[in-house]
Design a protein around this ligand. Sequence first.
Ligand code: TXA
Ligand code: MG
Length: 339
Amino acid sequence: MTEVLKLDPARPQQEAIELAASIVRDGGLVAFPTETVYGLGADAMNENAVRKIFAAKGRPADNPCIVHVCGREMLDRVAGYVPGKAEHLIEKFWPGPLTLVLDRKVEVAAPVSAGLSTVAVRMPSDQIALELIRAASTPIAAPSANVSGSPSPTTAAHVLEDLGGRIDLILDGGATNIGIESTVLDVTSEPPIILRPGWVTQEMLSNTIGPIAHEASDAELQRSPGTRHRHYSPRARVILIEHGSPELIERVCRETLKEGAAGFIGHTPVAISNARFYSIRLSDRAEDYAYSIYAALRELDSKSARAIVVEGIDERGEGAAVMDRLRRAAAERIGNGET
Ligand code: TXA
Ligand code: MG
């Protein structure tokens, strides 16, 4: 049985935090909100506990997890050398949605790092997350709390849908603020390299520490194995229209309707009156896409859409992180320069 406890995100009830912390200390699994998405947490120093994360999610063993800490002292329990640039970034962006890849200490349970000599660490800003880590007084390994490959969870209901019955407890703090995962920056290489774009943009990073390698080459992506696997995908086939006129978008939506129920997520109004067509309108702002995209994909799955047409947004700034997730979710891309 998976217990769900509803908490006040601003002032989480201490009994609930204590219960969750004791489950983590005893080697169990607790899902909790962060400012990005919900995480599935276990004691990062307990190998058996960490193995349970991989089993519950069906996560490939070669995909390492992010370790969540509640402060600088706890960081030193998991990371060896912390370069000066990392110190600057910690000063500026923690707590917040920036994950740093650092040298790993041997005390960290081996499966956390999936055989790598590094460990990815972040300090979340969510109050529930911070209080849980503090109460557990151990670093918490936590990938996103979804079944491997499916859209990340931004509500407790999403977690329950994917992992109900497989984990001990879900702390429900309502919908997450940002809605997509943290930026992953490898600071063991020079210049540091972004392995996964996120809410902390390349520009924000380079304003703080100078040059940042722009895009991970294939060889470098080997170092962030998670980026190789299928990701963020609903059951429905996702067709991403990176750039397209309203006419093109409507034509693609009508085409997909021939296969069965179909969905559209985008900022352009599409007027198709068909009982099997479901449209979710967003503004064209990256904030709105990030906040809503995973929930929208899940909602269209629940309507049994066979295909979901998603309209892209401007890739500048935070839009880069949104477009990264949409491209990984997509089976097909239209209008990416060729058309
Ligand atoms: O916002 C987030 O980062 C959320 C919340 C729960 O904190 N977590 C999250 O975890 O998105 P997950 O497991 O879904 O994604 C972790 C990413 C993967 O792409 C993984 O390959 C990469 O971080 N990663 C973890 N450890 C790494 C390491 N030692 N070296 C390189 N990449 C690593
Ligand atoms: Mg994930």
